[in-house]
Design a binder for this molecule. Structure first.
Ligand code: PLP
Length: 352
């Protein structure tokens, strides 16, 4: 497949300052999307077209047998007026790990990179200018066979579209330790960004919300004893001056933000441990007054301070928002790198 991507521009751009600067997270989409199709063993027809509906057979593989995955990362305006994408190469690598898990073809790096860069150049004006604003980039990749046979599809579609927005959570969040449902189990798909993982988590989130929490805190699938993730984010605690986060054991999503935060903490010489964390340890640290902080970590919110964890009928209240908290400092550092206000010493930014 050639890398010269044809661009069909929309005849009427929807771009307004209001949409670009005021859209809540994930509610409005920019004018164009990148699309490529796979069939007969190859990628075909990479193109930029106006964002809009696509039509499919009701027998679409993704609807029935769930071959569907997505990714999420962001582009920001930098201090010098350019636009930089944060760690797209890491997301491309994760996309291909998920694809392999779902028996889907590999997406070659040039298709991803050229499609992404051409789309962002085409819709560059959609990148918000406001502080905290970003253009969220959503690749989605799915099986498109028109057949009810249960096997890996013979046809696939890959799409990238974008959405202007601000931060995902503004308030500290309340989580409920989930002791009934599980998100993942050894040998399953927990470390893949597989669409079905999210469907499987919605009921628990809905039930937690009906009890006044924002989301669940997932526990391990075997014993419901070890902490895994915070809703759709990774999770970190600060206990006795050490930042602790669950290890990449195959049941949690290897978050790109998690990896970035761990890298920054090591740069800052902040003590870090990647290890299993029993929920009882967190409850005991809370009782002993040594649980200093808890926060979710992910692209959308970056850092989401956790103000409360509901566990076995008790709400463990956790302090948030102190200007010298680790959550505040690490978030500021990450945002400064993403927006070109601090040197990008790890080569995380890709300028368009
Ligand atoms: C289940 C889950 N865990 C963790 C994360 C954090 O990953 P990342 O930092 O790559 O956004 C996400 C996605 O955003 C997620 O969906």
């Amino acid at each position: 497949m050639t890398t010269a991507i044809p661009v069909t521009r929309t005849s009427h751009s929807r771009l307004t300052e209001e949409l670009r600067e005021k859209s809540p997270f994930g509610t409005n989409y920019s004018d164009h999307m990148f699309v490529a199709d796979w069939h007969d063993g190859e990628w075909h027809d990479a193109r930029i077209v106006p964002f809009g509906p696509m039509s499919f057979s009701p027998a679409l593989t993704a609807f029935h047998y769930g071959q569907a995955l997505f990714e999420g990362f962001k582009a920001h305006r930098t201090a010098d007026g350019r636009v930089a994408i944060f760690r797209p190469i890491a997301n491309h690598a994760r996309l291909n790990r998920t694809a392999a898990r779902l028996a889907m073809p590999e997406l070659p790096e040039p298709v991803f990179r050229e499609g992404l860069l051409e789309l962002l150049r085409t819709d560059r004006e959609w990148v918000p200018h406001r502080d905290g604003g970003s253009l969220y980039i959503r690749p989605v990749y799915f099986g498109t066979d028109d057949s009810l046979m249960v096997h890996a599809a013979n046809r696939y579609r890959f799409v990238i579209f974008t959405s202007p927005g601000g931060a995902y959570f503004s308030q500290p969040i309340r989580l409920l330790a989930e002791e009934t449902y599980v998100r993942a189990f050894p040998g399953g798909t927990g470390d893949a960004k597989f669409a079905g993982n999210y469907a499987g988590g919605l009921l628990a989130a809905k039930l937690a919300q009906s009890r006044g929490y924002h989301n669940v805190m997932w526990l391990d699938g075997k014993e419901r004893r070890y902490i895994e993730e915070s809703g759709v984010m990774n999770i970190m605690f600060v206990i006795k001056g050490v930042a602790v986060t669950p290890p990449l054991s195959g049941t949690i999503l290897p978050g790109v933000t998690r990896d970035s935060v761990l890298t920054l903490l090591r740069d800052m010489k902040f003590p870090v441990e990647e290890r299993s964390i029993p929920v009882d340890e967190v409850a005991a640290a809370h009782a002993a007054g040594t649980l200093q902080e808890a926060f979710g970590i992910g692209t959308a919110a970056i850092i989401a301070p956790i103000a409360c964890i509901g566990y076995q009928g008790h709400d463990l209240a956790i302090a948030t928002g102190a200007p010298d908290s680790l959550a505040t400092r690490v978030r500021a550092k990450l945002v400064a790198i993403q927006t070109g206000r601090e040197p990008d010493t790890h080569n995380w930014l890709v300028y368009i």
